[in-house]
Design a protein around this ligand. Structure first.
Ligand code: SF4
Length: 220
């Protein structure tokens, strides 16, 4: 019998909602990793040509760098489930708002099934897609970074916390000129994610509560 995640994967593989992405994809890059509740889920923008060819998320030098930095911070990349805001080849560009909207239900359903304790949202599109009730959903990454977001579901009117979202810089920022300051931020974000994963219990709200994080230099 197929699991809820298998059913969702099968549905995504048959999806044709984004004309341009469907034309550019050779496969749907659904995501991969262990299916265990209470763990870590990593969400990026979307697959590019490399990921499309190999059917896996976060490949290339940027993916390697992100995994190495996570491991240094005590987060096991192999224990995380890796997925994206959109699942079809964007050709390396950012996903467009209608594409994010089209794929958002699938992303949230993935999290409903996996029930992670922590989501690392790599980049503004992942952060915006997950932190829906943030007062300003058009916020830039510079504004979103430096906060964590309690994200949950309303079950019969009651708020039930599922997970905490930690927005961080996209991996491509870690392999380009001027990467040092993004690396420093990411290290702090990964340490925060580790503390949330193995320590403090999440509290609070897909309603969504914004909690400032003290990074020692003030939230931006
Ligand atoms: S990106 Fe998502 S919504 Fe768009 S075609 Fe692919 S699976 Fe469907």
């Amino acid at each position: 019998m197929s699991s809820p995640l298998d059913k969702l994967r099968a549905k995504a593989e048959a999806c044709d909602r984004c004309d341009e992405l469907v034309a550019a994809r050779s496969r749907v890059v659904f995501g991969d990793g262990p299916v265990a509740k209470g763990g870590l889920v990593v969400v990026g923008d979307g697959p590019g040509p490399k990921e499309d060819r190999r059917g896996r998320c976060f490949l290339g030098a940027e993916g390697k760098k992100a995994r190495a930095m996570m491991a240094e911070a005590g987060l096991d990349p192999a224990a995380a489930f890796w997925t994206s805001v959109v699942l079809c080849n964007t050709g390396g560009r950012a996903p467009l708002p209608p594409e994010v909207d089209a794929c958002k239900f699938r992303l949230r359903r993935t999290l409903d099934i996996l029930r992670p304790r922590v989501v690392l949202a790599f980049g503004v599109h992942a952060a915006r897609a997950l932190c829906v009730s943030a007062p300003k959903t058009h916020r830039t990454m510079r504004k979103l970074h430096g906060y964590i977001y309690d994200v949950g579901l309303k079950v019969r009117g009651n708020r039930q916390v599922i997970t905490v979202v930690v927005p961080t810089w996209p991996p491509r920022y870690l392999v380009r000129d001027g990467a040092a300051r993004f690396e420093a931020d990411c290290r702090e974000d990964f340490a925060r994610a580790k503390a949330l994963l193995y320590g403090a219990q999440a509290t609070g709200a897909w309603f969504c509560r914004e909690l400032p994080v003290d990074y020692g230099k003030g939230a931006r």
